[in-house]
Design a binder for this molecule. Structure first.
Ligand code: HSE
Length: 436
């Protein structure tokens, strides 16, 4: 391998474009630090005409043919920033076959085909590095994979999607409507090409699977992750939560239990306003790691956007270039599937808002059902709404908000079903989990 490492870039979207800029800005400094010249050699895009390649050096080949870029003997390392499953997966496998390390930011691919890709990288003794796939600029995967290798990691709680954190922050602090906040996040370059993956929680679920696999040393895939998005959270819930001392965040939680089984889920949750994660605002992300010896660690930074994410790609690129020069590569995680604990078998505290008739015995009957299902009430707030029941027009309605202690997911779901069928309960407005 010569002192010049040529990079082949697949995809020239927000992150790809920032990477090209960053690489030229940092080229000289990197050469001084590492002794290696890392140069952009070629860029492959689907439609050349769609892009302005302003600032890209003239000797960089621009092609529509990604497969030929991967096969090009002048290219030493492939950076995959196309996203999605195919053709990204096949191109990465081809790169490995020709002995080329790959740096990728593709969480969807890793969360679905991680073990296949790790095995292929290992079989060809090359690197597969993917720090940019999770939480943008924040170094979280390398710490989980290396620094915390000796640690018994018990739980990870992360805010790992910038788009939804931006939306929730704008709604809660500035009263911005959901759609407007989403448009702003898209304009700022945080959102995925199709923002459904952000708002429905799939993007966070993929990142949760990747973090869980590294932290627990077992293969967790996207389909193992229970997932709820932020569409059920209303501005009203945010106001109520604030009044009760909480903020609402979309969380990715990965937990290891006594029997070494693992529960991984993504859902919006009320977080106490004193918790460090409550202070994570806008497009910032944070990952809170709890270990048996290390205790609590928090990793914080910009979780989305071109430059921050490109910074993580560049770090991996330098690492891969160094490894290539010294004919070494990083050890890959084990491919053994994790023993998954389903959501029904987990526990959580809950926030539930309902509207019920304001008449004698209603609160006591509702509280009786909580007792029946073994759910302890931690806090309750009742507010007369001064509106009449839609069913019994002469009956006034009250709003009741309950925060519970930790309860079984299965029992709580039964309680909600039971309450929904109560004659005195007009409507269950929302149920959101609470982090203690
Ligand atoms: N759409 C993602 C986010 C980008 O909003 O966090 C980073 O994966």
């Amino acid at each position: 391998v010569s002192d010049v490492i040529k990079v082949g870039l697949l995809g020239y979207g927000t992150v790809g474009c920032s990477l090209a800029d960053l690489l030229s800005e940092r080229k000289d400094a990197l050469k001084e630090i590492t002794g290696i010249d890392i140069e952009l050699g070629a860029i492959a895009v689907r439609n050349k005409a769609k892009y302005a390649f302003a600032g890209v050096a003239e000797n960089v080949e621009i092609t529509n043919d990604a497969a030929s870029l991967v096969a090009n003997p002048n290219i030493d390392i492939v950076v995959e920033l196309i996203g999605g499953l195919e053709p990204a997966r096949s191109l990465i496998l081809e790169a490995f076959k020709s002995g080329k390390p790959v740096v990728t930011g593709n969480k969807e691919l890793l969360a679905n085909f991680g073990s296949e890709l790790f095995a292929a990288a290992e079989a060809n003794s090359v690197d597969l590095l993917f720090e940019a796939s999770t939480a943008g600029a924040i170094p979280i995967l390398r710490p989980l994979r290396e620094s915390l290798l000796g640690e018994d990691v018990r739980r990870i709680i992360g805010i790992v999607n910038g788009t939804t954190n931006y939306i929730l922050t704008e709604m809660s602090e500035n009263g911005v409507a959901y759609d407007d906040a989403l448009t702003q996040a898209q304009e700022l370059g945080f959102a995925e090409a199709d923002p459904t993956a952000d708002v429905e929680g799939y993007d966070s679920a993929a990142k949760a699977a990747i973090m869980a696999s590294l932290a627990f040393g077992k293969d967790v895939t996207a389909k193992d992750v229970y997932c709820e998005g932020i569409s059920k959270v209303s501005a009203f819930d945010m106001v109520l939560a604030k009044k009760l001392g909480y903020v609402i965040k979309l969380l990715a939680i990965a937990q290891k239990y006594e029997n070494y089984d693992v529960g991984v889920r993504v859902y919006p949750a009320l977080v106490p306003d004193t918790h460090p994660l409550a202070a994570v605002r806008g497009s910032y992300n944070a990952v809170f790691v709890e270990g048996a010896a290390s205790s609590e660690l928090m990793f914080y930074g910009k979780g989305a956007g071109g430059k921050p994410t490109a910074s993580a790609v560049l770090g991996d690129l330098v690492d891969a270039a160094r490894n290539l020069k010294s004919s070494t590569h990083r050890v890959v995680p084990s491919g053994e599937p994790a023993d998954m604990r389903p959501i029904e078998a987990l526990t959580s505290a809950f926030y539930i808002v309902l509207e019920a008739k304001d008449e004698p015995g209603v609160l006591s009957a509702i509280a009786g059902q909580f007792a029946h299902y073994g759910v302890s009430i931690k806090a309750i707030e009742q507010e007369p709404l001064n509106t009449y029941s839609k069913i019994d027009e002469d009956k006034l309605i009250s709003r009741m908000v309950f925060i519970t202690r930790r309860a079984s997911e299965r029992d709580f779901a039964k309680l909600v079903d039971e309450l929904a069928s109560f004659e005195a309960v007009e409507q269950i407005k929302n149920v959101i989990r609470v982090v203690e």
